[in-house]
Design a protein around this ligand. Structure first.
Ligand SMILES: Cc1cc2nc3c(=O)[nH]c(=O)nc-3n(C[C@H](O)[C@H](O)[C@H](O)COP(=O)(O)OP(=O)(O)OC[C@H]3O[C@@H](n4cnc5c(N)ncnc54)[C@H](O)[C@@H]3O)c2cc1C
Length: 432
């Protein structure tokens, strides 16, 4: 089979069908923008609580990062615990770490409650060290996490790493058995079904163009202008992640959209798949310009990375296929002759402080900024912010931290500095 510019996960799934001709409601309790993990998780929770919910999606269910990702349901945040502690202090960091563990349980519960057939498995993740000093840092991190957060990670020295991975280029690894893997497209389709079965309505091919404060029958709310006409909503929840645009300009200015790309090989012989990843872990390396990889449930090697910094387009996807294939062979020379069958890309959402952020901005509820760790956290934040909207007081440390914009206000939502960011990350990998 020749290389296809297509998302492999989408070949394994059918999405729920929505009625494209159905008119939008005049009025709803909550309008949710974006039908990915964040928006659908919020919609499901709110609908279960009895709210009338309209999910408005400019493309189709799961079209964004939620169907395009590696399916790694990971503990931890993008920043390491030492950095988190020095920035936010021990107590807030402890609550953030607890939230990251709870986010895995959140996905598992949704899978069970909605009976989603998505190959969810607590296979654990393996982080591999590209330098000796990265490996030395694993030992320190594991100690802090065990002592302060009561969570156990296992540090694997280089000489024992062959029990975890069939590659000899790394200096050692760190395993967290709590993490999980899934087929993200099947999961997001099942989540959409769950939200719809709970009463949420999903409107595909409906782009939100603007959101304005408005009063209706003496009540405050929002007038939402869409490509298919207006909707009036008491509250709005924004779950647009790396695809955040001009409808929410003050969020757009705080989020940098960054491309990430994935290739997938042909189905590998069982013995070779076992040699590459004997425990079927979700694997990523310690570089800034990192690679992440895993076996798919049918034994393909799925290999991803930030091969280009710009979001996906024909050029970046094509170029990424070759760069990622070279990277994959550096890690696994055994795959030199394996055919690459699929390549695709998607857009990640980075805040300037590389942290998730959630809460309210300009009166609109939102959650985003997952920085490549969104499979678990997006589902969790969707649920937590929905609980907040429903009047609960859920513990959510990410609503408490400042949400910085660009230094000196130098960013209007158009990421002119991405080539510089790419060069900067490559430089960091040489020196750190
Ligand atoms: C290639 C890739 C690999 C990744 N791998 C992993 C991984 O293995 N593990 C992990 O934890 N994370 C990973 N991530 C990150 C993870 O996928 C995301 O953090 C997560 O899916 C974000 O979900 P979301 O619902 O917030 O956003 P999305 O799924 O991106 O959904 C946002 C939706 O909003 C819609 N939208 C935007 N603007 C409008 C508008 N004006 N009107 C209507 N709709 C609008 C978009 O069409 C889109 O469907 C990866 C991301 C990519 C791109």
């Amino acid at each position: 089979m020749a290389l296809q510019e297509q998302n492999y996960w989408l070949t394994t799934i059918e999405f729920p069908i929505t009625d494209h001709a159905r008119p939008l409601p005049d009025v709803t309790d909550v309008a949710v923008i974006g039908a990915g993990f964040t928006g659908l998780s919020a919609a499901r929770t709110l609908a279960k609580r009895g709210a009338r919910v309209a999910v408005v999606e400019s493309q189709t269910i799961g079209w964004g990062a939620s169907s395009r990702n590696g399916g790694m349901v990971l503990t931890g945040l993008k920043l390491g615990v030492s950095q988190l502690k020095s920035k936010y202090g021990a107590e807030l960091t402890r609550r953030m770490y607890a939230a990251s563990l709870a986010s895995i349980d959140c996905v598992e519960q949704i899978v069970q409650q909605e009976r989603i057939d998505c190959d969810f498995s607590r296979c654990g993740h393996l982080e591999v060290a590209c330098k000796q000093k990265h490996f030395d840092d694993y030992q320190r991190q594991a100690e802090i996490i065990e002592v302060e957060f009561n969570h156990r990670l296992r540090v694997v020295p280089g000489r024992e790493l062959n029990t975890e991975i069939g590659s000899s280029i790394y200096f050692g690894g760190m395993v967290d058995d709590t993490s999980a893997g899934c087929n993200p497209a099947r999961y997001v389709a099942g989540l959409a079904r769950g939200a719809m079965n709970s009463g949420a309505e999903v409107y595909e091919h409906t782009r939100v163009n603007s959101i304005e404060r408005d009063w209706r029958n003496g009540e405050p709310g929002w007038r939402i202008s869409t490509s298919r006409g207006p909707v009036w909503a008491h509250e709005v929840f924004v779950g647009t992640s790396g695809y955040t645009g001009t409808a929410t300009p003050n969020l757009q200015k705080k989020i940098i959209p960054i491309g990430s790309f994935i290739i997938t090989t042909e189905v590998l012989p069982k013995a070779l798949a076992h040699e590459l990843s004997p425990r079927q872990r979700m694997i990523y390396d310690s570089k800034h310009y990192l690679y992440y990889y895993r076996l798919t449930p049918d034994d393909r090697m799925l290999f991803g990375g930030r091969a280009a910094f710009f979001p996906e387009n024909d050029q970046t996807v094509h170029r990424s296929a070759e760069l990622l294939r070279r990277g994959m062979i550096q890690v696994y020379p055994q795959l030199r002759d394996a055919r690459v069958e699929y390549v695709w890309g998607g857009t990640l959402d980075f805040a300037f402080d590389i942290m998730p952020h959630a809460g309210q901005i300009d009166g609109l509820y939102y959650a985003l900024g997952y920085a490549g760790h969104g499979v678990a956290m997006a589902n969790y934040q969707g649920q937590k912010i929905a609980e907040l909207m429903a009047g609960d007081k859920p513990d959510n440390p990410f609503v408490e931290i400042p949400f910085p914009g660009a230094p000196f206000g130098l960013y209007n939502g158009k990421p002119w500095f991405l080539p510089l960011a790419g060069a900067w990350y490559k430089m960091l990998d040489w020196v750190s």
